[in-house]
Design a binder for this molecule. Structure first.
Ligand code: ATR
Length: 275
């Protein structure tokens, strides 16, 4: 019996060892009965990621920290959305062997939010001004919501706010901000730094909803504080699952089993159903 080699996909970044993307993608391919495998590959820079794409004959790749912007000039083409966001988290190889860059993080944020609330006409205080903040601002604008940027370094926040035509506040003045929802796009609170939050607890009562883009741990310090202040909370799990599911859709043209993907990640993180 001849065995057909699986399609190969990879996650490029540094570090990648603790990522749950391989677990989630491989579970999806198995359920979809697609002969494919997804591996984590730690690389020093974007050029090495592109080299490895050829060496390993990859059909597609996920791009994570710190390569999401650096990889852009090395691709044959980058779609308009990624250009507006200024970051690529997905590479797909087309039939002519050309490498195209996409961004699925913004769909992750939008669908993660939409599992709990409608975005249109609501206000969103985005904490941070990096790639994840840019994806969030873009997605919220796309769905008719109103972003505002809150960042530790005021100049960086103001630059992003100008691009998305919205207000900016220094994080030091967050007590003056109120919005329907606060979204943390910084990595503050991510394992192993579980105990810390980017925002002082006392201001959280100004936000009926609080979402964390960090998904490990599921119940971050920020979300624990928010629950104690009476806010409704949204974990980063939905965003993580949907950004990955959109990658699978781009690579295979098929709708992946999002609920199963969510369950395998949830189990690994030791969460409860409904988290
Ligand atoms: P990514 O592309 O993953 O969003 P990034 O580009 O490194 O990551 O952006 C991280 C964001 O988190 C930055 O806006 C950073 O604030 P500064 O612009 O002031 O650097 C923010 N950030 C990181 N650590 C922080 C902390 N301890 N408190 C508040 N904000 C923090």
């Amino acid at each position: 019996m001849t065995r057909i080699a699986p399609m190969l996909f990879a996650l490029f970044g540094n570090p990648v060892g603790h990522s749950l993307s391989p677990l989630m993608h491989n579970a999806a391919y198995e359920r979809m009965r697609i002969n494919a495998h997804y591996i984590p590959v730690c690389v020093d820079d974007a050029a090495e990621a592109i080299e490895r794409m050829t060496q390993l004959a990859l059909r597609g790749a996920s791009i994570t920290i710190p390569l999401k912007t650096a990889v852009m000039p090395l691709l044959d083409q980058v779609d308009d959305t990624s250009r507006m966001i200024g970051a690529v988290n997905t590479i797909a190889r087309d039939a002519n062997d050309r490498l195209a860059g996409y961004n699925t993080d913004w769909i992750g944020v939008v669908r993660g939010l939409e599992e709990s609330l409608e975005i249109k006409d609501k206000t969103f205080a985005i904490v941070g001004a990096g790639g994840a903040a840019r994806a969030a601002a873009f997605g919220i604008r796309q769905r008719g919501g109103l972003p505002l940027i809150v960042n530790r370094t005021p100049a960086k926040g103001e630059k992003l706010a100008k691009e998305f035509d919205c207000p900016a506040y220094p994080l030091a003045r967050i007590a003056e901000v109120s919005a329907d929802c606060l979204i943390n796009t910084t990595s503050v609170g991510m394992t192993p730094d579980n105990g810390i939050s980017p925002v002082v607890k006392e201001v959280l009562k100004n936000f009926p909803w609080v979402m964390d883009c960090v998904y490990n741990p599921l119940r971050t310090r920020l979300l624990q504080d928010a629950a104690q202040e009476g806010c409704a909370t949204i974990t980063g799990l939905g965003m993580f699952v949907h950004q990955g599911a959109e990658q699978i859709k781009l690579w295979t043209g098929q709708e992946p089993p999002r609920e199963l993907m969510k369950q395998v990640v949830l189990e690994r993180l030791g969460g409860r159903h409904g988290d």
